[in-house]
Design a protein around this ligand. Structure first.
Ligand code: C2O
Ligand code: CU
Length: 462
């Protein structure tokens, strides 16, 4: 496979200046956490003249890593120092509805200069993330996201616990965030905002030092607006141990390949077995090209002769121990619209509109013929009802469907509990879960331009 470097070649490492992310200072520290969302400047590449306006948490891209214990209450105070409203959503956490961070659904938007105190007890350990849920197509594209780790009481023994938060930026010729294309209907009706510059933890092609014989836990997150990441690992000793935070029976991915749709996470255990002094690449595969996005560089000395043989199965979470009944309330969900999708009309704001009128409103996606947040929920059920969302992807694009506040089983891979799954064009499948968390919850595509373009709905658990 031909190997190329970044699509736009940066001669220096990723984000410099204000946005520089350093893993050692990236930790949010001890609770209560302060999360300050603000505007700032960052430099992609090495030309200090070409600073670009970003939005970030605690002046870091991505935001600080927040580590909180499973089953204990944490308090995270958001200060909005932006000049526009915002909110924080805790992606994948099964917490109180009032803390879910969806503006005008679970809380009021947090206005500039205001604060909001998020207080919750995460029931499940694992790898999660937090991000803006307000005008995500612009705020997320400018940097408002971070990693949240809910720590196990007894994690598996590893030598290093690493995070790869992978992001996709669209930069212009001057290596500044391309703002001219914000809101582009072409992006919204096609695959979303796809970038041309990949960062891992805010850095371009970072090196991670390892030693032979080490066991590493690697938490992969796709925090991009819309890009599906096809990753290729050139290390033989890989096991997948968790998906979207939830433990799975460990398995070796096929040919070192891992697919991460926007919003998804995969936890790996890697036993490092390459030669001392060598380096191995992690690549992003796009079409027939593979781009190096990060490297493991081996120290000259090895850590140990014999690999660790302790078990790597994570302790179960309450989420993945839920036993689903065999009878479900079936709710069909047809995903419609987009370029080459053949949608002629759909209902928006209570009225049937033809596609031209919809485009004028920047609405090009529908679920069951409805565009945008409908006034009535997709379904309203009593707490404890088992739901099967029977999804049909009736359009020409892949979509990463996400449910708030619940984990579900994908009937195509029934052993796994997930919060976000990918439907390729034409695919169908069922998302099955126990609606056991009271409140109003979103279901939407995590290609955030598709969500903004209408692909979202909600349900209510009473
Ligand atoms: Cu991470 Cu409503 O999303
Ligand atoms: Cu989508």
């Amino acid at each position: 496979m031909p190997s190329r470097r970044q699509f736009i070649k940066a001669s220096a490492a990723g984000l410099l200046g204000a946005g520089l992310f350093r893993p050692e200072i990236g930790d949010a520290g001890l609770p209560p956490f302060e999360l300050i969302a603000s505007n700032g400047q960052a430099v992609f590449g090495d030309d200090q003249e070409n600073a670009t306006r970003v939005m970030y948490y605690n002046q870091s891209i991505p935001g600080p890593i927040i580590r909180i214990p499973q089953g204990k209450e944490s308090v995270i105070r958001l200060q909005n120092s932006l000049d526009e409203p915002t909110s924080v959503h805790w992606h994948g956490l099964r917490i109180d509805n009032a803390m879910d961070g969806v503006p005008d659904v679970t809380q009021l938007p947090v206005l500039p200069g205001e604060q909001f105190e998020y207080r919750f007890t995460p029931p499940d350990a694992g790898t999660y993330w937090y991000h803006t849920h307000m005008r995500s197509w612009a705020q997320l594209a400018r940097g408002l996201a971070g990693v949240l780790i809910v720590t196990e009481e007894n994690p598996p023994r590893v030598d290093q616990d690493l995070v790869f938060a992978i992001d996709d930026w669209r930069l212009d010729r001057n290596m500044r965030i391309d703002t001219a294309s914000f809101g582009s209907m072409h992006d919204w009706s096609h695959g979303g905002r796809l970038g041309n510059f990949i960062t891992v933890n805010g850095d371009s092609e970072p090196n991670f030092e390892v030693a032979g014989g080490e066991r590493i836990r690697l938490r992969l997150l796709n925090i991009a607006n819309a890009r599906i990441m096809n990753l290729l690992f050139n290390e033989p000793g890989i096991s997948v141990i968790a998906l979207d935070g939830q433990p799975v029976e460990p398995f070796t991915p096929d040919a070192g390949r891992i697919v991460l749709a926007p919003g998804q996470r995969t936890d790996l255990i890697i036993d490092m077995t390459s030669a001392p002094g060598s380096s191995t690449a992690i690549e992003l595969v796009i079409g027939e090209y593979a781009y190096e996005i990060a490297n493991f560089t081996y120290r000259p000395e090895i850590r140990r002769e014999q690999l660790l043989e302790t078990p790597i199965r994570l302790p179960d979470n309450p989420a993945n121990k839920i036993v689903l009944p065999t009878e479900f309330k079936h709710v069909p969900l047809r995903m419609q619209g987009g370029a080459m999708g053949g949608m002629r009309s759909a209902q928006f704001e209570g009225r049937e509109m033809d596609i031209r009128e919809l485009v004028r409103h920047k609405k090009v996606w529908a679920l069951n013929g409805l565009v945008g947040m409908p006034s009535e929920p997709l379904f309203r059920v009593k707490r404890g009802t088992a739901i099967s969302l029977d999804v049909h992807n009736d359009n020409s694009w892949p979509h990463a469907m996400h449910i708030h506040g619940h984990h579900f089983v994908d009937d195509r891979n029934p052993g796994w509990w997930r919060d976000t799954i990918l439907f390729q064009r034409g695919e169908h499948g069922a998302m099955r879960f126990l609606a056991d968390n009271p409140g109003k919850w979103l279901i939407h595509c995590h290609m955030v331009e598709h969500m903004a373009g209408g692909m979202l709905t909600w349900f209510e658990v009473t």
